[in-house]
Design a protein around this ligand. Structure first.
Ligand code: 4AD
Ligand code: MG
Length: 446
């Protein structure tokens, strides 16, 4: 049984009056005395089908009334225009072939979070969630497209790693044949090794964070889109970021109109809002000035403090476009960021508007051997050792070595694909950008 045509293919004037055949699932149904209405769905859309008792064989009628919601079937019939039908067309069924009658479906809508979690493997069929997955697919595809067109290479760094990229407190430990290994938090350090040959690289990998925090934007496993480029400084990195993200959003709007329509009913996201973010120039704000804005708003924060989710939300609320918050104090950011010399680093966090906060973290990298060596010591990372044969060496030696053989200025960032999708779709919680999110308390099932 190979499927050759999809519902969306038939929702066209040219098929009216013709015989069509559809493979799909029952999305809704209404059972009347002498007719049954099905709304059938497949991956491309929905279409109404009507089965009239006096127009079909007894077998077809008996099968139709036995079908359950989510049952699977093949129908044949004549396509008609019908203004009252959900997609404007209706199929007058002539034949029906049951694939699986289905059993009473455990989800009817309006269930508690616990029930949705328990039946996540069925809940993933939800119509608006399907639209989120399609939008996420487009956002990623279009990001990739921008970088490939601009001459970047996609590369494939490892997930099992021997040293930390971000805080050592959020590492997941793995037993690697008796040695300690970790699940990667970021591909960055490996991407840095690859810019000496490929110059501009990007990768998409799962990243893992054993974060203590339980918030609406933290996952323990997420998809990380990361870029790294030789010769690039912060100003150029910001330009690339704005161009690439605007391209991705703009093209996704074009490709996913009907998905945004479905989504609007659930999350309130309007295409017009997204167009607004894409049409205006994005803002660059120094951390220092960000702190002043927050203090003026009455928040209890001082220069030198890191920004939490609440502070990011308050700050982002002041702007109607995403902002690049730059030049953080060196102490609140990672060891690898380039020292500007005034106590700050050359970095940015991209904060999404409407309270979403950080979706990208990026920086120029410290490319001077002596400065990086002393920072590794200052951060206490020189104590982390790995064994190679009988030798025990510092886990960051290879990373430091990269500064010995033709070191060049370079920059990069990491974008959380789920954070990006969450903002574009205006979702309440980041878990609904993934079919099987990894959170605590039972979220390993299924
Ligand atoms: O800011 P982060 O920790 O930066 C890095 O990992 C850099 N090494 C990336 C780089 O420069 N190549 O993480 C980058 C992004 C964040 O801005 C956020 O979007 C996402 O990864 N992220 C998470 N997303 C979901 N759940 C979490 N627990 C996340 N932690 C980070
Ligand atoms: Mg960050």
């Amino acid at each position: 049984m190979m499927k050759v045509s999809y519902i969306a293919d038939f929702l066209k004037e040219e098929f009216v009056g013709k015989e069509v055949e559809i493979l799909g699932w029952i999305y809704r149904m209404r059972d009347m005395k002498d007719k049954v209405f099905f709304v059938i769905r497949d991956s491309t859309g929905i279409i109404q089908a009507v089965i009239r008792k006096d127009k079909v064989s007894e077998r077809v009628w008996n099968d139709a009334v036995r079908m359950q919601i989510e049952g699977s079937l093949k129908i044949k019939g004549i396509l008609r225009k019908d203004e009252r039908a959900p997609s404007g067309y209706e199929i007058e069924v002539t034949d029906l072939e049951v694939v699986d009658y289905g059993q009473p479906f455990p989800l009817k809508g309006g269930e508690s979070l616990e029930t949705i979690q328990r039946y996540r493997y069925l809940w993933v069929r939800t119509r608006w969630f399907t639209s989120v997955l399609k939008i996420k697919h487009s956002l990623l595809k279009n990001l990739r497209e921008w970088f490939i067109k601009d001459g970047w290479y996609e590369v494939h760094p490892p997930i099992l790693v021997g040293n930390a990229c971000e805080e050592t407190t959020t590492l997941f430990e793995v037993n690697y044949f008796g040695d300690k290994a970790y699940l990667s938090q970021s591909a960055q350090l490996y991407l840095e090794a690859l810019i000496y040959s490929l110059e501009k690289v990007f990768s998409l990998t799962p990243s893992f964070r054993a974060e203590k925090s339980r918030t609406r934007r933290h996952l323990h496993e997420y998809w990380h889109f990361e870029i790294e480029a030789a010769w690039m400084r912060l100003e150029d990195l910001i330009k690339v970021t704005e161009e690439a993200l605007k391209y991705s959003i703009e093209k996704t709007i074009e490709e996913r109109k009907s998905d945004f329509e479905i989504l609007e009913k659930n999350t309130g996201r309007k295409i017009e809002e997204l167009k607004g973010f894409v049409e205006k120039p994005w803002k660059v704000v120094k951390y220092e000035d960000g702190i002043k804005i927050l203090q003026k708003k009455g928040l209890n924060i001082k220069y030198g403090d890191d920004l939490g989710a609440d502070e990011e939300r308050e700050l982002a609320m002041e702007f109607d476009v995403p902002i690049f918050l730059t030049n953080y104090p060196r102490k609140v950011k990672a060891f690898y960021m380039y020292e500007a010399g005034d106590g700050t680093v050359k970095n940015f966090d991209l904060l999404a508007p409407e309270g979403y906060g950080e979706i990208i973290g990026g920086s120029e990298r410290e490319w001077r051997y002596e400065v990086l060596e002393s920072k590794i010591k200052e951060w206490g990372l020189d104590k982390l050792k790995v064994k190679i044969g009988d030798e025990e060496i510092n886990a960051y030696e290879w990373y430091l070595d990269l500064r010995k053989y033709g070191s060049v200025p370079h920059s990069g960032w990491g974008l959380g694909l789920e954070r990006f999708t969450m903002w574009v779709c205006k979702l309440e919680h980041v878990r609904d950008t993934l079919p099987f999110p990894r959170l605590r308390e039972g979220w390993l099932y299924p």
